[in-house]
Design a protein around this ligand. Structure first.
Ligand code: 5GP
Length: 185
């Protein structure tokens, strides 16, 4: 268990920092096995994905490039509308490369299907998806993570890079946000 203690804005701790670290190491091993001998371009989605990336990245072996992309999805603070805007593009060319997208959470899947379409148009050798969390109940498009840390129920979570209105990203664990926090808005 994590030692962190939280106030009433947090309903419960869903996944501890220690569980995440262990799972990130397992996923890195899987990725290393699957891409053995093949160069890899990691595309990390800002900002939430960066915290998960930091646990995963130094455990990857071989020839690994890293780049960042930033997307914004319109909607309310806790649900995405599917309208996605590109805020910051990659600096690295994608053509002919094995791309692995690193994301914090797959929810409706709309943000990622936009990104996969965008990258696929640049003719990569392959595009795969690694997400720390997956909320399969909320999916609106046919999309699955190739590497998934944890499947979670349909609850709004914060911490470990995930925010609510830019707050709570720095919590060490994945926590369920008390619905009263966003119901009051
Ligand atoms: P999607 O397009 O799959 O619905 O949404 C993906 C994005 O919505 C994620 O990258 C994340 O920013 C946000 N999101 C979805 N579910 C949650 C959640 O439970 N907590 C937080 N903090 N963000 C979420």
């Amino acid at each position: 268990m994590s030692n962190a203690t939280y106030g009433k804005e947090i309903s419960k701790v869903l996944i501890t920092k220690e569980q995440i670290e262990k799972r990130a190491a397992e996923l890195a091993e899987e990725i290393n096995r699957d891409y053995e001998g093949k160069p890899l371009l990691i595309v990390c989605i800002l900002r939430g994905g960066a915290i998960f990336l930091s646990d995963l990245f130094t455990k990857l072996r071989g020839d690994v490039e890293l780049d960042f992309i930033s997307l914004s999805s319109y909607g309310s603070a806790t649900t995405s509308s599917g309208e996605v805007k590109l805020i910051k593009d990659l600096s690295t060319p994608v053509e002919g490369k094995n791309v692995l997208i690193i994301e914090d959470i797959i929810d409706t899947g709309l943000t990622l299907s936009y990104l996969i379409e965008l990258l696929s148009a640049r003719k990569p050798a392959s595009v795969k998806l690694c997400s720390l969390l997956d909320k399969p109940e909320r999916r609106k498009v046919n999309l699955q993570g190739d590497y998934v840390g944890f499947k979670i129920p349909d609850e709004f979570v914060v911490g470990y890079g995930l925010d609510y209105n830019e707050k709570y990203r720095n919590l060490p664990d994945i926590c369920v946000l008390n619905p009263e926090v966003y119901a009051a808005k």
